[in-house]
Design a binder for this molecule. Structure first.
Ligand code: DOR
Ligand code: ZN
Ligand code: ZN
Length: 431
């Protein structure tokens, strides 16, 4: 196993209160030493590869609780390997793939099969199991068994468990098993076949809209049920101003509730949709400017704790259609840090340590893993980035099979230079 001495970088390690110039020595899988100046001739560093990180920041690897890998079943959209390579390129060293594959990941055996497929991947993969068998909303899956098999959480992502009685029962079983529930909040009857946000823009384009309440009523329902069950609840892809208010209420009550915001929802509003183009279609949809501002404020005020992508790759032809026909979803793994840094840090909503907390420290806490921390003895999952580097997002260079992003061509700051997983370099911009 290799040794690396990263010199002259600016270390941002919020878990240990570090925001300053520090050298890091990696030995094997672990961080060996963190100090202001590690001598390259010292006993432990002398045969290490030296990496000069002058002008760069070093952060714990990002942890994305919400990605879609599409394997098994939809390998033309993404495989475990291509999705993991996209993660490495985005500085993301741990990903939680959602279970809406074919077949659905709904048994301990299927969790183990996915973990087997993930063995050679360049990042850590912690599967999310389905709440109900085949995500049919009829029979609750073996939540305790899937936890035993290595699943990090359960989720019905792609939809909500609309039967409230059944969902309550699942929350109780999850609480019993100590398993977090990741909730996609969407009342399917209120969504009413909409393909974008309901508002002036959907009227202008003549497309069916999705009202905010389709999300809000389920956010409220799930918070109340999680309170009753004593279950850890993580709210996926919150997109509305009222979701932020409801999460604030839950936090005031001290509930085990966390909430994620996706980069697209804090970056772009529906008035920026220029035409009926499938690349602007995701679920929940891009909302109004007022919602975008509420999400940014919620992140700033510590109400919204997590940034995850809902990385949802699809085939180019599928997404080239009208929003009426294209599938929901955009890719996100290779643009999340740059969008977070450009919009939230440069935009004055978060400090860089706060952004790192929402992309690494807090997600680790939700699923209870010992990551998001670069102290000596911890696993060396980390990322080196150039935050002053300005460039244009170029989807043709993505490692993901998915090219479906509304951000192609956007000017951003923050380039991932190197990603380490378990002490190994799994992505290098210069190679
Ligand atoms: O945009 C989305 N895409 N939202 C979802 O909830 C599902 C996802 C997918 O699987 O494509
Ligand atoms: Zn979802
Ligand atoms: Zn999703």
């Amino acid at each position: 196993m290799g040794r690396y001495l990263i010199k002259n970088g600016h270390l941002i390690d919020p878990a240990n209160g570090i925001d300053g110039k520090m050298d890091i020595l990696i030995s094997g899988k672990e961080i060996f030493e963190v100090a202001a100046d590690i001598d390259i001739n010292s006993k432990n560093a002398k045969d290490a590869d030296i990496i000069d990180a002058s002008g760069k920041v070093i952060m714990p690897g990002f942890i994305d609780l919400h990605v879609h890998l599409r394997e098994p079943g939809f390998e033309y959209k993404e495989t475990v390997m291509t999705g993991a390579m996209a993660a490495a390129k985005g500085g993301v060293t741990t990903i939680c793939p959602m279970p809406n594959t074919k077949p659905v990941i709904d048994t301990p055996a299927k969790v183990k099969d996915l973990l087997g497929r993930a063995k050679e991947a360049p990042v850590n993969i912690l599967p999310v199991g389905a709440i109900t068998i085949d995500q049919d909303g009829v029979d609750i899956s073996d939540i305790a068994g899937m936890k035993e098999a290595g699943a990090a959480a359960v989720s019905e992502d792609g939809k909500s468990v609309m039967n409230t009685w059944l969902f309550r029962k699942a929350l109780h079983e999850a609480a019993e098993a100590g398993m977090p529930v990741f909730s996609h909040c969407e009342d399917i009857s209120l969504a009413d076949g909409g393909v974008m946000n309901y508002g002036a823009k959907s009227e202008e384009l003549g497309l069916p809209g999705i009202i905010n309440a389709a999300e809000d009523v389920i956010v409220a329902r799930d918070i109340l049920l999680a309170k009753e069950a004593g279950c850890r609840l993580h709210l996926c892809h919150c997109s509305t101003a009222d979701s932020v208010l409801l999460v604030e209420m839950a936090k005031k009550q001290g509930l085990l509730v966390t909430a994620e915001v996706c980069p697209h929802h804090f970056t772009m509003s529906d008035d920026e949709i220029t035409e009926d183009d499938g690349r602007f279609k995701m679920n929940p949809p891009l909302r109004s400017r007022a919602d975008v501002n509420a999400l940014r404020a919620g992140l700033r005020d510590g109400i919204m704790d997590i940034i995850s992508t809902d990385h949802a790759p699809h085939g180019t032809e599928e997404k080239a259609q009208s929003m009426l026909k294209a599938p929901f979803g955009i890719v996100g793994l290779e643009t999340s840090f740059a969008l977070g840094y450009t919009v939230l840090v440069k935009g004055g909503y978060l400090t860089l340590p706060q952004l790192v907390t929402k992309m690494s420290v807090n997600p680790a806490k939700v699923i209870g893993i010992d990551k998001g921390n670069l102290a000596p003895g911890k696993i060396a999952d980390l990322v080196i980035a150039g935050i002053d580097t300005e460039y244009r997002i170029d989807s043709s260079k993505f490692a993901s099979k998915g090219r479906n992003t509304p951000f192609n061509g956007m000017k951003v700051y923050g380039r991932i230079e190197k990603t380490f997983t378990g002490g190994e370099i799994v992505y290098d911009y210069n190679k």
